[in-house]
Design a protein around this ligand. Structure first.
Ligand SMILES: *Cc1c(COP(=O)(O)O)cnc(C)c1O
Length: 401
């Protein structure tokens, strides 16, 4: 008799987005003539720029001829042109990697969910609170004991970047620029974690999915800008938010051979990740990797950054609009998320209902990302400009605070 995997029963109910949908549909059913505006989506909305479209199209065309047709790649870690282009990107940032440190993938969600499989089941894992839910859920699904998880609160008092864990931990997830808080770690803040990890032979899993949104030159876009990170950090990144590839699907992970953990010789984590990927994954789509090479070309970068500027224009409008209403906001400067403090100490879901009922605007309750998100609310800059403006007008006129 087949039995279901009991670890799945230990997950918190997938409550956040279904509940947002449910409450929004109930509002629309009760108020059919009012237009609901969404400021909550974490998905891109703007079309891909021409250079990227040409890259994708050339990937399709190559499949049409026997001379240029390709099937499986030799290994799952990516086409040479794609990996070389990534290597060059890091080199331009002053970071020297080896081609074999780079693993191209179908996105940062799968990598950030799967990376835990190369660590001991009894590892003590530390998470930022609030955080992208994938980190915690993937570790529960793998069978880790959630009683042993260490949550590192990210609060107004610490500028939404955690202090070092008080007890000894083995694996630490960090996300910067952060989803949901929009906070960006400084080099000094990351250095503290890197020093901790090197001293304790702990490993940092650094999710840099929003690195392209950093415009302040002093803020690190890669953890490898911090001295010592190559011996203790895995970096995960993606074209989803940088290039609008949320539906196209392309990402990468860096597992440097220099990484040292408690057991195993230098290079072992890199080998384990290669083994895991070669067994469970057959490589990112050839077509999509041609698109990725185009994203990394000079012209592609210029065009993608125009789209990023557009989203960050939305972020500035949202931040200024909320501040004009007397609301305290964080983030939204080097990140596409605005993390607002709910007025008058309201609970996140209470404010969700108020914003929907009074202003007809949908956002994301902060409590859905962890206990420390209670009393906060996430707004996203990924909308279409006219909708963002309409939502802010409505908040200005109709929200009663
Ligand atoms: C959007 C996002 C990703 C990207 O996921 P993809 O699978 O590459 O689309 C990764 N991490 C965080 C925190 C995100 O918000």
């Amino acid at each position: 008799m087949a039995r279901t995997n009991p670890t799945y029963d230990r997950l918190a109910q997938g409550y956040l987005f279904p509940e947002i949908g449910k409450r929004t549909r109930a509002f629309i059913a009760a108020n059919p003539s009012s237009k609901v505006m969404r400021l909550g989506i974490g998905d891109t909305t703007q079309p891909l720029p021409p250079t990227v479209i040409s890259g994708l199209a050339s990937g399709v065309q190559k499949l049409a001829k026997i001379e240029t047709y390709t099937g499986y790649q030799d290994d799952s870690s990516g086409m040479p042109a794609m990996k070389t282009a990534l290597l060059e990107r890091y080199k331009a940032m002053g970071i020297t990697l080896d081609l074999s440190d780079i693993f191209v993938s179908d996105g940062a969600k799968s990598d950030s969910a799967n990376i835990q499989s190369i660590f001991d089941i009894d590892s003590v894992i530390a998470f930022q609170d609030p955080a992208y839910p994938v980190y915690v859920d993937s570790n529960i699904m793998a069978g880790r004991n959630k009683e042993k998880f260490v949550y590192m609160p990210c609060t107004e008092a610490n500028g939404f970047f955690p202090s070092l864990p008080k007890s000894k931990v083995d694996v630490i997830y960090l996300c910067s620029p952060n989803n949901p808080t929009g906070a960006v770690a400084t080099k000094k803040q990351l250095k503290e974690f890197v020093d901790y990890a090197n001293a304790n032979k702990a490993i940092i899993i650094f999710d840099a999915a929003y690195s392209a949104y950093i415009s302040s030159p002093e803020l690190p876009r890669s953890i490898y800008e911090v001295e010592g990170a190559k011996s203790c950090a895995i970096e995960i990144n993606s074209f989803s938010k940088e290039a609008g590839f949320t539906g196209v699907r392309l990402g990468w992970s860096i597992v440097p051979k220099e990484i040292v953990c408690e057991d195993g010789e230098i290079g072992k984590l890199n080998r384990l990740w290669a083994r895991r990927q070669n067994t469970m994954f057959n490589g990112a789509s050839n077509i999509v990797q041609e698109g990725g090479v185009a994203v990394l070309s000079a012209k592609g970068q210029e065009e993608c950054y125009k789209v990023i500027d557009y989203y960050m224009g939305n972020a500035r409008l949202i931040k200024a609009g909320l501040e004009a209403k007397g609301i305290t906001v964080f983030g939204g400067v080097n990140a596409p998320y605005i993390w607002m403090k709910t007025p008058n100490g309201m609970k996140s879901w209470e404010f969700f209902d108020k914003l929907l009922n009074e202003a007809h605007v949908v956002g994301t309750p902060g409590s859905g990302f962890g206990a420390s998100g209670e009393g906060y609310f996430r707004l996203s800059a990924f909308g279409i400009r006219e909708n963002v403006i309409a939502a802010l007008d409505s908040i200005q006129k109709n929200l009663k605070i």
